[in-house]
Design a protein around this ligand. Structure first.
Ligand SMILES: Cc1cc2nc3c(=O)[nH]c(=O)nc-3n(C[C@H](O)[C@H](O)[C@H](O)COP(=O)(O)OP(=O)(O)OC[C@H]3O[C@@H](n4cnc5c(N)ncnc54)[C@H](O)[C@@H]3O)c2cc1C
Length: 560
């Protein structure tokens, strides 16, 4: 077993853990972050992409609302390159409660969130596809944010300052010495061996899995896995974020993200954060509810659906759970747990709850506490120190096309939907990326309407050329990648997307003889059943759906 020593081990490579690592790095503390898969493969890659103004919480949860508006301002300053400054509307539809609109405006004012009331005509000038019945709207400073871009920038900054990031290193145990943790045991999934990381301190930033890390360390942390389903439409529909101006409920938000729109979401307590299954009924509900705000969504092309689990914390003092049902009543604010005073474990702190928008503030609160315990006097600088890439300015959707116009060339395209070029893939592989899923997260390869019909096999070939000897077989990697794409489409395959699935099937099964027996990393780790041979094969299912047998949407969508 190899070993390594550091001052702080941070567990979890979501936005919270990476923000903690960067904060430690800026204060000159040696730290190593360990993540079981890749950065952003937990909740931080399974969310809407909304840079909250806080307005969603202004009526019910003003502490969260205030945290959001503060961090909305900070992130625009330190990470503009990850943000699309699209703004947001809360729209009042026929039948919505006007009294709620009053509470909404009061709540925003009390939380420090600027709002501007727009007439129906003004709102439709901003959002031409809004339902004709919209009565009025409130404009708020919502935005879009790319979590993978944010994660990469924060991690790069931390690494440049001497901290380390170990991906594909799940924590499998902790070595306790009395009331202290002496070392964290991780499994190096690439080398296939365990490693011990000796440390002075441990930070548990494992999001909805924080309870599992707590169990390994012998301390109780009650987390509630609050699953939310999101639906991806094949185009944006809206210029900015559109929310329903009513008590948060299913299907009340549309977030434009890169070339697509994300519809959200449900909020249901599940047994495990690894439950990321999507029921077709949830997809139908999201589409129907969001179509009340933007009617053309009802006849639009649904690309895929996915789910994530909110890292909701249940304090020990609270009774029971959220009743196994809607988890919207659980506060979205965050808590730092110091296990010394709480549980008699001297050198571990946990950070639980919160939002992606508030990750930096969460990290600051935790590292302030840790620094005090460590005797580090360096103050937090993460709110003022821009991240690498910030000098590019705000993210603009049209930037890739503008580059094509400027250079009068597309480059040699590997992924036509997302304009990913051969040079970009080559550079990413040369920079150390080894899996198609990594290329997807970095370059958006395979995200577009064709769901990787052509780019995955092209990129798999490039990866195979660039890979060190003995690394994963190219076809096995391709198969895993396609399984993940297919998993996202299982509940959404009708109409045009069904035709696309049939084409993809013909390419991958017909040409490469891939049979869909692989399973994605996350599903494998969650112990989900491997796909049966043929289950990844869309022919039977898609064929029947096209003729209207199984999906409620089929009859209305098949001709779309
Ligand atoms: C449906 C939905 C929509 C949302 N929408 C928004 C939104 O629009 N705006 C917003 O601001 N927030 C949103 N959120 C909340 C936001 O996504 C989360 O608060 C945030 O991503 C949590 O980040 P995290 O780092 O705490 O957790 P995670 O991102 O889950 O990170 C925890 C990490 O720990 C790793 N891990 C687990 N076990 C181990 C182990 N044994 N060893 C090593 N690593 C381990 C996991 O793999 C994971 O990467 C949404 C959440 C959901 C579910």
């Amino acid at each position: 077993m190899t070993s390594l020593d550091t001052d702080v081990v941070v567990v979890g490579g979501g936005v919270t853990g990476v923000a903690v690592l960067r904060d430690l790095a800026l204060r000159g503390v040696r730290a190593v972050l360990v993540e079981r898969f890749d950065l952003g493969t937990g909740t931080s890659g399974r969310w809407h992409g909304l840079l909250h103004s806080g307005a969603r919480y202004a009526v019910r949860d003003q502490e969260s609302a205030r945290e959001c508006i503060e961090e909305n301002t900070v992130l625009r300053r330190i990470a503009p390159h990850t943000i699309e400054d699209v703004g947001g509307l809360f729209v009042l539809l026929p039948g919505d409660d006007e009294a709620y609109a009053g509470q909404f405006v009061d709540g925003c004012r009390a939380s420090g969130i600027p709002t501007e009331e727009l007439s129906a005509a003004q709102a439709r000038r901003r959002e031409p596809l809004l339902a004709p019945g919209v009565r009025l709207a409130y404009a708020v400073p919502d935005g879009g944010i790319d979590s993978w871009g944010l994660l990469r920038s924060m991690a790069a900054d931390a690494e440049a300052r001497g901290c380390r990031v170990l991906v594909r290193h799940p924590v499998v145990g902790v070595e306790r010495d009395g009331d202290r943790i002496a070392a964290v045991r991780v499994h190096d999934r690439v080398a296939g061996e365990d490693r011990l990381i000796g440390c002075q301190w441990v930070v548990n930033a494992a999001g909805p899995w924080a309870g599992e890390i707590g169990r390994m360390a012998g301390v109780p942390i009650r987390m509630i896995a609050g699953k939310g389903v999101m639906v991806v439409m094949a185009s944006r529909y809206v210029r900015g974020v559109v929310n329903a101006c009513r008590k948060p409920a299913d299907g009340d938000i549309i977030v434009p993200q890169h070339e697509v729109a994300v519809l959200g979401t449900t909020s249901v307590q599940v047994d495990s954060p690894d439950d990321i299954t999507v029921a077709p009924a949830d997809v139908d509900r999201m589409v129907d509810m969001c179509a009340q705000m933007v009617p053309s969504i009802a006849s639009g092309r649904v690309l895929r659906a996915f789910a994530g689990s909110r890292p909701l914390y249940q304090p020990e003092s609270a009774d029971g759970d959220s009743g196994g049902g809607d988890t919207r009543e659980v506060s979205r604010t965050f808590t730092v747990l110091d296990h010394a005073s709480r549980d008699g474990l001297a050198n571990m702190l946990s950070i639980v709850g919160g939002k992606l928008t508030t990750c930096r503030q969460m990290a600051e609160a935790l590292v302030d506490r840790l620094a005090e315990r460590m005797g580090v006097t360096e103050p937090c600088r993460t709110a003022t120190e821009p991240l690498p890439g910030a000098d590019h300015g705000p993210h603009r959707l049209a930037a890739p096309l503008a580059a094509v116009e400027r250079e009068v060339a597309y480059g040699e395209l590997v992924c036509e939907c997302e304009l990913v070029t051969r040079d970009q893939v080559r550079a990413a592989v040369a920079g150390g990326l080894t899996e198609l899923e990594d290329l997807r997260r970095k370059l958006r390869l395979g995200y577009g309407p064709c769901q990787a019909a052509f780019c995955a096999w092209r990129a798999a070939g490039m990866l195979a050329e660039g890979r060190p000897e003995g690394s994963e077989d190219a076809l096995a990697g391709l198969e895993r990648f396609l399984e993940e794409r297919w998993r996202g489409q299982q509940a959404t395959t009708w109409g045009d997307q069904a035709r696309q699935a049939l084409l993809n099937h013909a390419i991958y099964r017909g040409t490469f003889d891939l049979r869909g027996a692989g399973r994605p990393d996350e599903a494998a780790a969650a112990g989900l059943a491997p796909a049966e041979p043929g289950e990844g094969d869309p022919t039977t299912r898609v064929g029947s759906e096209l003729v209207g047998e199984s999906n409620g949407r089929t009859s209305s969508k098949a001709g779309g």
